[in-house]
Design a protein around this ligand. Structure first.
Ligand code: SF4
Length: 319
């Protein structure tokens, strides 16, 4: 049983597009975040810990070294020879345009790199950045703009100190897609005071605006965060693995098959994870989602009356 029998995953989509496996290599090029340095806010999101990007005691290696090591590791572990350079840590559009151009160009100059994915906040994507990304797209590279929305509820975004609201996301996603850029939207399940109904509402608002990809992950509590303090004070309870799987399955069934799922869960390293413990085990979650989809006869889009097999004809190679 494979998740891609039920879900349009990024891996299968890239396999169809390139005729071979393509893998992301995560990069940390030393950006910071406007929600930490005071320009948008202080202290960062209540769940964010610096060490999840740069473990203590480790320095940030030059981009070329990261790509060299990443490409070898990916080739050894997965067999993939083509790469998407994934600018993941912090806010990867938070610099002047010439610095961004130089960093993205450096990544694209690597012979195995076929595209870039840029993780950022929705309130940090000026038009000149979108134009730069369009330039790379027009040169034939695969380009994804990954926007961290997390929730469509402004009250929740305030509660976790995101420093932006849904309106900024709406504006950026519309502008990016009107320029033909592919957008992947990041959502978190299990945010404080949210339940399955909030997750459904957020998904439906995201789908109504339009997106090309989705990333789902559970809220986990890591050390040295405000969320850790709230959890210790009994003010926050994370989802159980069962609840997370149930919510994921529901959201998958409510998502049209043409949308690509870039991720269905996320892990945190054992040295910083406080709770829930199941967030250490990615495959147990993926297998649980796959199993439930299979047992309930569900697949991506099935709750919308979009049968997977039928719709999958055009996605057939893509899944
Ligand atoms: S989660 Fe992202 S936006 Fe929030 S503080 Fe961390 S790096 Fe900044």
């Amino acid at each position: 049983m494979d998740i891609s029998h039920y879900v349009n995953t990024l891996g299968k989509s890239l396999l169809a597009q390139y005729g071979e496996r393509v893998h992301k290599v995560a990069l940390n090029v030393g950006f910071t975040c406007p929600n930490r340095d005071g320009s948008k806010g202080h202290g960062g999101c209540t769940f964010c810990n610096n060490d999840s990007f740069t473990p203590k005691g480790r320095t940030i290696r030059p981009l070329a070294n990261q790509l060299f090591a990443g490409s070898h590791a990916v080739r050894r572990i997965t067999g993939a020879r083509k790469l998407i350079a994934y600018f993941q840590a912090y806010t990867n559009t938070y610099a002047d345009i010439e610095r961004l151009r130089s960093l993205y160009e450096q990544a694209l100059a690597h012979p195995d790199v076929v595209g870039i994915a840029i993780d950022t906040r929705p309130d940090c994507v000026p038009r000149e950045v979108l134009e730069l990304l369009c330039e790379f797209r027009d040169r034939g590279y695969d380009v994804w703009l990954e926007l961290g929305l997390q929730s469509s509820f402004d009250s929740t975004l305030r509660r976790v100190n995101r420093g932006h609201g849904f309106a900024e996301y709406a504006e950026t996603v519309q502008q990016a897609r009107s320029m033909g850029l592919k957008v992947c939207t990041h959502l978190i399940l299990g945010l404080p005071e949210e339940n399955a109904s909030h997750a459904r509402t957020t998904l439906s608002k995201v789908l109504a605006l339009g997106t090309d990809g989705l990333k789902l992950h559970p809220l986990h509590v890591v050390k040295a965060t405000m969320l850790a303090h709230e959890w210790r004070m009994g003010q926050y309870q994370p989802l159980t693995q069962r609840d997370y799987i149930d919510q994921c399955v529901e959201l998958i069934s409510l998502t049209p098959p043409k949308i690509i799922f870039h991720r269905l869960t996320a892990t945190a390293s054992a040295d910083i994870l406080l709770t829930p413990a199941w967030c250490e085990h990615k495959w147990s979650v993926i297998n649980g989602i796959t199993q439930q989809l299979a047992q309930r006869g569900l697949s991506q889009g099935s709750a919308l009356g979009m049968p997977w097999r039928k719709e999958a004809d055009h996605v057939a190679i893509a899944v």
